[in-house]
Design a protein around this ligand. Structure first.
Ligand code: NAD
Length: 475
C-alpha cells in the first residue's frame, strides 16, 4: 500500500471536507478524496454545495434580487434610476468568482490543517482499505484506520424528460444559462424549483412551475406556505399545483411539455426546462464488491444515530444518509464523526435542524409545523406577528411575511418556529440556539431585542403566544 492514514474521507462537499478538517484538528493523519469536475473540466473541492448548489445559487439570487429592487422598489425610496439593465455575462462571472474564492479556500484550509487533498475517484474496498484513482492516473490503495463516506447526492431525472444539458437541464445547468430564457418551465415546485425559478423570473423569464402535489410546499407549515405562495404569485411566478408531467417533445421553437391535472391534459411550450424533482444518494462506484456496507430500499447508506455504517470503522455522513439533504446537517455529522473517531463524546440533535428557502420572501423554519404538532396530539399555543407591524421592516420597505411560534401548552416548550420574510434564515438562528438550549417561549419573551430590528418580530410573536404582543391586536 502506497500511503497510510488515520482517516480517509471520500467526498469533499460540506460533509466530507468539514469532517476531514475536524479529524486533522484532532491530530489524525487525514486524506480527503474528491472527483468533482466542473463543466469546463477544472477540478475543485467543495462538492455540489460550493460548485453547483448552495453558493452559486445564492450569488445569483442576490444579483437578481438587487436588479429587481432597482427596477421595482428603489422609486419608493425616492431613488430614480432609468434604464436598469442586467448584464447576464457579468452576473455569471461574479458568481464564478465567488465559487472560485470559496473552493480555493478549501485548498488553503486543507493545507493549513495538514489534510492531504486528493483529486480523483475514491472507492471503499474493505474496512481500512480505500482505492484512489487520480484523474488520468493509475489506482493505488490507501490504508486507513477509519473511513468516512461523504459522497453526496445527484439530481433525480425523469424518464419521460431526459436531461440533454441544453434545453432540459438540472439545477446545475440552470445556474449556467448564458441568456435569459423567454419562457422557462420548472418541473417540481420544491426548494430548487422556487429558488432557480425566482432567479430567472426576476430577469424577465416567464416562469411556469409544474408541481405534482396539490399542496404548495407540502412540508412547510401551511400558514407560512400559503403566505409565501400568495407573494410568489404576485411576483409573477405561475405555480400550477396537482400538475403531473407526462412527457416532453421538441416543439416549434422550444420544448413542448405535457402534463395532466384535475381539469385534463395540457401542453406547455417553453424554451428551457429545469427538472427539479428531488435528489438521490450518489453511491455509484463508491463501494467495492464485498464491503458489507448496506443500503436502504431508497439507496441511502444505512447508518445509526452516530453515523456508523454496518461495517466497523466505516462511517457515512451527509446527503447519502437518512435525514434532510442540507449542507449544514452534513457538516455537523462530519464534525460528530471526527470527534467520535478521536475518542470524544459527540452527538447530533436531529430535532433541531434549521431549513431555509432563499427566495423573496425567504422562508425559514425549525422544529415542527402546526400540522405535525396537531397530529402529535400535544396541546399547543400559537403566536404570530406580521413584518408589516415591524418598524425596521417598514424602514426597509420589506413588510411582507410573518413570524409564527408554536409553543407547548403544558410546559411552554418551543415546538416550532416558522418565518416568511426578509433575512428569515438569519433571524431563525436565534430560536435554533434557544431550542438547542431547551429554552421556553417565555425565555424569548424576556430576552431584550434591539430596537428597531427585524428580530423584534420574533420577540412579538413569542409575546403573542400568550396574547401579550405590544404592537398588534391580540385575538
Ligand atoms: P424537493 O424535494 O425540495 O422538491 C421536489 C418537488 O418536486 C416536490 O415538491 C415534489 O412534489 C415535486 N415533484 C416530484 N416529482 C414530480 C413530477 N414528476 N412532476 C412535478 N413535480 C414533481 O427537491 P429539490 O427542489 O429538487 O431539491 C433537492 C434537495 O436539495 C432537497 O432535499 C433540498 O432540501 C436540497 N436543497 C436545499 C436547498 C436549501 O436548503 N435552500 C436549496 C436547494 C436544494
Amino acid at each position: 500500500m502506497s500511503q497510510s492514514f488515520d482517516v480517509v474521507v471520500i467526498g469533499a462537499g460540506p460533509a466530507g471536507y468539514v469532517a476531514a478538517i475536524r479529524a486533522a484538528q484532532h491530530g489524525l493523519a487525514t486524506a480527503c478524496i474528491d472527483e468533482w469536475k466542473n463543466h469546463d473540466g477544472s477540478t475543485a473541492f467543495g462538492g455540489t454545495c460550493l460548485n453547483a448548489g448552495c453558493i452559486p445559487s445564492k450569488a445569483l439570487l442576490e444579483s437578481t434580487e438587487l436588479y429587481h429592487r432597482a427596477k421595482e422598489e428603489f422609486s419608493a425610496h425616492g431613488i430614480q434610476v432609468d434604464g436598469v439593465k442586467m448584464d447576464v455575462a457579468a452576473m455569471q462571472k461574479r458568481k464564478t468568482g465567488v465559487v472560485k474564492q470559496l473552493t480555493g479556500g478549501i485548498d488553503a484550509l486543507f493545507k493549513a490543517n495538514k489534510v492531504t487533498g486528493l483529486k480523483g475517484h475514491g472507492r471503499l474496498l474493505a474496512a481500512g482499505k480505500v482505492e484512489f484513482t487520480p484523474h488520468d492516473g493509475k489506482p493505488e490503495t490507501l490504508a486507513a484506520k477509519d473511513v468516512i463516506l461523504a459522497p453526496g447526492s445527484s439530481p433525480i431525472g425523469l424518464k419521460a424528460i431526459p436531461f440533454d444539458g441544453k434545453r432540459i437541464v438540472d439545477s446545475w445547468g440552470a445556474l449556467e444559462f448564458d441568456a435569459v430564457p423567454k419562457k422557462l418551465g420548472v418541473i417540481g415546485g420544491g426548494v430548487i424549483g422556487l429558488e432557480l425559478g425566482s432567479v430567472w423570473q426576476r430577469l424577465g423569464s416567464e416562469v411556469v412551475i409544474l408541481e405534482a402535489m396539490d399542496d404548495f410546499l407540502f412540508t412547510v407549515d401551511r400558514q407560512i406556505a400559503k403566505d409565501a405562495q400568495r407573494q410568489f404569485s404576485k411576483q409573477g411566478l405561475d405555480i400550477r399545483l396537482g400538475a403531473k408531467v407526462t412527457g416532453a417533445k421538441p416543439g416549434k421553437s422550444g420544448i413542448r411539455v405535457s402534463y395532466e391535472d384535475k381539469t385534463g391534459s395540457h401542453d406547455l411550450e417553453v424554451d428551457k426546462v429545469i427538472v427539479s424533482v428531488g435528489r438521490r444518494p450518489f453511491t455509484e462506484g463508491l463501494l467495492g464488491d464485498e464491503t458489507g456496507i448496506t443500503l436502504d430500499e431508497r439507496g441511502f447508506i444505512d447508518v445509526d444515530e452516530e453515523c456508523r455504517t454496518s461495517v466497523q470503522h466505516v462511517w457515512a455522513v451527509g446527503d447519502a444518509v437518512r435525514g434532510p439533504m442540507l449542507a449544514h446537517k452534513g457538516s455537523e455529522e462530519g464534525i460528530m464523526v471526527a470527534d467520535l473517531i478521536a475518542g470524544e463524546v459527540a452527538e447530533m440533535n436531529y430535532k433541531v435542524i434549521p431549513s431555509v428557502i432563499y427566495t423573496a420572501p425567504e422562508i425559514a423554519w425549525v422544529g415542527q409545523t402546526e400540522e405535525q404538532v396537531n397530529e402529535s396530539g400535544r396541546k399547543y399555543k400559537v403566536g404570530t406577528f406580521p413584518f408589516a407591524a415591524n418598524g425596521r421592516a417598514k424602514g426597509m420597505q420589506q413588510t411582507a411575511g410573518l413570524v409564527k411560534i408554536i409553543s407547548a401548552e403544558d410546559d411552554d416548550e418551543i415546538l416550532g418556529v416558522h418565518i416568511a420574510g426578509p433575512v428569515a434564515g438569519e433571524l431563525l438562528a436565534e430560536v435554533v440556539l434557544a431550542m438547542e438550549f431547551s429554552a421556553s417561549t417565555e425565555d424569548i419573551q424576556r430576552t431584550i431585542h434591539s430596537h428597531p430590528t427585524l428580530g423584534e418580530a420574533l420577540h412579538e410573536a413569542a409575546l403573542a403566544v400568550d396574547k401579550r404582543a405590544i404592537h398588534a391586536i391580540n385575538k
